[in-house]
Write a protein that binds this ligand. Structure first.
Ligand code: NAP
Length: 485
């Protein structure tokens, strides 16, 4: 009998008013049901927002350093459960145990970092033109905020939205992705055990299609922070802005890595394998396009294919596995469809390209890491996000051509360059259309203490993480205070 997981509303673990649930299935072994989760409906949404509304003002009235203490305590609880939380994540999402362990550690760090923000919450003090007038700004919480999160970083993304929202004095309603809701519930459990007052955090599970509109329509909602696909994000934007809600969207990418003629090709191959295939390519910052100067294309290709063929695909709980499964059958199907499209459009399959079958592979959604060569900009594989372990290699005649190819997509999340030519590196950093730029490093692998977010159609609104994260969850008030005695 699979474990039953409940919603968390007003400080209580409660079943959905719909009395329905849905299974969370292990993508590496589909006969393993991780648990049954509440299939919430609009009535649950109302209950969650009502609880949040009731708790918010008292929470905001608490001194910010004391709000931060709850995050410190929750971080301690998460850290003490690191091994079991990582195992939960591997079971529900499929990433390898080392990847899952790293992600839970990151959630711990995020809670600690924003716990510390409780003692800072910087604002401005600016001199007045007038005598005896003292001017400053105050940061105020927005009120009740909604967080809608994806499955691919099921702990880190909920953590990096919850922590700044809470420390700033907001009450939260979070809806995690239906494919991996357990990791977010574990964060909520830690906050509950840390003694967070009832109603300050509320978590409802269930289909976004079924409850998304009710969430956005609730009268107490002031802001929504969303991470996920462009299709859903753009729809949310339309609804939210009609109500003048504050909106933050983090969405897809088609992230390039430029490999210039002077590059260390061993470093380039290792960097590309890491960025394109780890976490099964299911990272918004994964590299899906390698743009390589013609003179080193063949030499790089040889190293890259050899390294990719050596990767071990399997169940992420097993030692030595580099790459877990696709998150579900639909994502696997999307990956395979893009492989077919790329071949039909004339790209050259260099390695991979197939679903893995036989033995334990038959129980899960495993796919070979795949590389296409000779990809040209009009091909769909060069323009559209696959969100799987599929890398497109493109040949550039020179640096200017490489820049045109890199910027020639609608996305602008992350981008990398492999080169020690400092003049080119500087030009790349200044001209690349991406929110996250790396040099001699993978496109993926961000740190919690720095701002994160993209440009173009990848993102909308203020940055997440780092000190800038607080801007989204607060509004500024300006005070002119005159001393009259
Ligand atoms: P998704 O299908 O857009 O889902 C994201 C969240 O939105 C889920 O919680 C989903 O609920 C919910 N949702 C779906 N329909 C909704 C609706 N009508 N109203 C309100 N919420 C709704 O994305 P995903 O498949 O989980 O994640 C993959 C995508 O996320 C990729 O495109 C990836 O690039 C992007 N991503 C971006 C970043 C970034 O920071 N830029 C980071 C990670 C991932 P259900 O799960 O119940 O459908």
């Amino acid at each position: 009998m699979p474990c039953q997981y409940l919603n968390f509303i007003g400080g209580q673990w409660v079943p959905s008013r719909t009395q329905r649930s849905f299974p969370n299935i292990n993508p590496a072994s589909t006969d393993d049901i991780v648990g049954e989760f509440q299939a919430s409906g609009p009535d649950d949404v109302v209950a969650a927002f009502t609880a949040a509304e009731g708790a918010q003002q008292a929470w905001a009235a608490l001194p910010a350093p004391r709000r931060g203490e709850y995050l410190f305590k929750a971080a301690e609880i998460l850290e003490s459960r690191l091994t079991s939380l990582a195992a939960d994540m591997t079971r529900e999402e499929g990433k390898t145990l080392p990847e899952a362990t790293g992600e839970v550690k990151r959630a711990v760090n995020i809670f600690r970092y924003f716990g510390g923000e409780g003692s800072r919450l910087f604002s401005y003090q600016i001199p007045s033109e007038r005598e005896n007038v003292f001017c400053f700004t105050l940061r105020k919480p927005l009120g009740v905020v909604a967080l809608i999160t994806p499955w691919n970083f099921p702990s880190a993304i909920p953590a990096w939205k919850m922590a700044p929202a809470l420390v700033a004095g907001n009450a939260v309603v979070i809806k995690p992705a239906s494919l991996a809701p357990l990791s977010a519930l574990r964060l909520v459990e830690a906050l509950e055990k840390a003694g967070l007052p009832a109603g300050v955090i509320n978590c409802i599970t269930g289909s976004g299609g079924a409850i998304g509109d009710a969430m956005l329509e609730h009268r107490s909602l002031k802001a929504v922070s969303f991470t996920g696909s462009c299709d859903v994000g753009n729809r949310l934007y339309d609804t939210a802005t009609k109500r003048r809600l504050r909106v933050q969207l983090e969405m897809g990418g088609k992230n390039p890595t430029l490999v210039l003629a002077d590059a260390n090709l061993d470093l380039a191959a290792a960097t590309l394998v890491n960025a394109a295939f780890f976490s099964t390519g299911q990272k918004c910052t994964a590299c899906s396009r390698a743009i390589v100067e013609r003179s080193v294309y063949e030499a790089l290709l040889e190293k890259l294919v050899a390294k990719t063929r050596a990767l071990k695909v399997g169940n992420g709980v097993e030692a030595g596995v580099d790459i877990g499964p696709a998150v579900d059958e639909a994502q696997l199907k999307t990956d395979l469809e893009y492989i077919t499209i790329a071949q039909r459009e004339g790209a050259q399959l260099l390695c991979g390209g197939k679903r893995l079958t036989g033995g334990a592979y038959d129980k899960g959604f495993f796919i070979e890491p795949t590389i296409f060569g000779g990809v040209t900009p009009e091909m769909r594989i060069a323009q559209e996000e696959v969100f799987g372990p599929v890398l497109a290699l493109m040949i550039a005649d020179d640096f200017e051509h490489a820049m045109r190819l890199a910027n020639g997509v609608r996305f602008g999340l992350s981008a990398a360059i492999i080169s020690n030519d400092m003049s080119r590196v500087h030009q790349f950093v200044n001209r690349i259309e991406a929110g996250l730029i790396t040099v001699n490093l993978p496109t993926a692998g961000v740190e919690y203490q720095l701002p994160f977010g993209g440009t173009k159609e990848s993102s909308f609104g203020m940055r997440e993480q780092g000190p800038l994260a607080l801007d989204f969850y607060t509004e500024s008030r300006t005070v002119y205070l005159k001393h009259t005695v």
